[in-house]
Design a protein around this ligand. Structure first.
Ligand code: F6P
Length: 377
């Protein structure tokens, strides 16, 4: 049996393009630094009862940079839930941590690289507090982690949503319809904002900006008067209705009823526009299409850099850190600083300002007012 030092890796939370690229990068870099790599299956679940893992090497990770999903599997359910709502922490059962400690010992793990979003990294944070060496890698299509400009997966999700909007545009224009597109993102509007601007949407509804149906309908009518008898409305799944309610599917689930399943706002918005304007409106929910398929070149690049820098942190024994991207450099921050703070779209950020200058409506102003609200002159 080999006596090489070992590093573990797991992928946790919702899958997204780029996970396999991180795994490959960690395996290639670790091998070169003389480590053996243990890949745990189904996220943190693979650490216990009994541990479920595979040894990863250059051969069984060959060519996976371009493949979506994760060869290790993942889950956003199960025993290891450390977040309720947006930022409330749930303390892990100490018996779970003891089992994980045993796995570290039995498999001679020097460190564990945890690839996940805010909830998954909040688990890693608690391992670190219990003295188990961890390194974090930020993953989420939602791009809602505050300590990094980008998590990998986001660019691929935006590419998918933009492509979908391009396709819906042709029906919108041919049939003079309003097309409502619901995109993912949980409580952050990054996907909606980026895909909406890139796809040429007329209206974008975000969790960060309160909006009214009156303003949305006025924008559509204004376009009609201009001879543009079609509109694309992009709605983030986590945008609140004018009364403040979220649209969800079913009841909260998971440990301590921690998870709400967002979804359905696109249809609610479509029906209300149809009712108010008495015209044909169709809605499309992009759902998990946004998490599938091969990663874009940007996500492959980011995931590869994250994987290599995570190995650097292990080699330098800088545990408890999460790699992050502050363009143009990859650096790291303590995991405890990175988690629990949602990164949302700044209401007056440059992307919002550019969109307003172009006449894109966020539903908070009547069309004529939005240029004045910019305050550029
Ligand atoms: O966090 C990623 C994400 O895709 C969110 O955008 C979405 O709300 C959620 O996961 C969906 O989760 P599930 O795969 O459990 O339906």
């Amino acid at each position: 049996m080999s006596e090489l030092p070992r590093v573990g890796i797991l992928t946790s939370g919702g899958d997204c393009p780029g996970l396999n690229a991180v795994i490959r990068s960690v395996v290639k870099a670790s091998t070169r630094f003389g480590y053996e790599v243990v890949g745990f299956k189904r996220g943190y679940e693979g650490l216990i009862d009994p541990p479920d893992y595979m040894f990863l090497d250059r051969k069984n990770t060959l060519g996976i940079i371009a493949r979506g999903g994760t060869i290790l599997g993942s889950t956003n359910k199960g025993h290891f839930s450390a977040r309720r709502g947006v930022s409330e922490r749930i303390d892990l059962d100490p018996r779970l941590i003891d089992k994980v400690r045993q796995t570290y010992k039995d498999l001679r793990l020097e460190a564990l690289i945890c690839v996940g979003g805010d909830g998954s990294l909040a688990v890693a944070e608690q391992f670190e507090e219990a003295g188990l060496p961890v390194v974090g890698v930020p993953k989420t299509i939602d791009n809602d982690l505050s300590s990094t400009a980008f998590s990998f997966g986001f660019d691929s999700a935006v590419a998918c949503a933009t492509d979908a909007i391009d396709r819906l545009y042709t029906t919108a224009i041919s049939h003079e319809r309003v097309m409502v597109v619901e995109v993912m993102g949980r409580h952050a509007g990054w996907i909606a904002l980026h895909a909406g601007i890139s796809g040429g949407a007329s209206v974008i509804l975000l969790p960060e900006i309160p909006w009214t149906f009156e303003n949305v309908c006025r924008k559509i009518e204004e376009r009609d008067r201009d001879g543009k008898r079609f509109s694309i409305v992009v709605v983030a799944e986590g945008a609140q209705l004018p009364g403040g309610n979220l649209v969800t599917i079913g009841e909260p689930s998971g440990p301590a009823m921690a998870q709400v399943h967002l979804g359905g706002i696109g249809d609610v918005v479509a029906r209300e526009i149809e009712h108010r304007l008495q015209r044909e409106v169709r809605s499309v929910v992009l759902g998990h299409l946004q998490r599938g398929g091969p990663p874009t070149y940007f996500d492959r690049m980011l995931a590869t850099q994250y994987g290599a820098h995570a190995v650097r942190l292990v080699v330098q024994r800088r545990f408890g850190e999460m790699v992050c991207y502050h363009p143009p450099e990859i650096s790291s921050v303590p995991i405890r600083v990175a988690v629990g703070k949602l990164s949302q779209v700044p209401r007056d950020g440059s992307a919002i300002q550019a969109a307003r200058a172009l006449g894109i409506c966020f539903g908070e102003h009547a069309p004529g007012e939005s240029i004045r609200a910019l305050g550029w002159r």
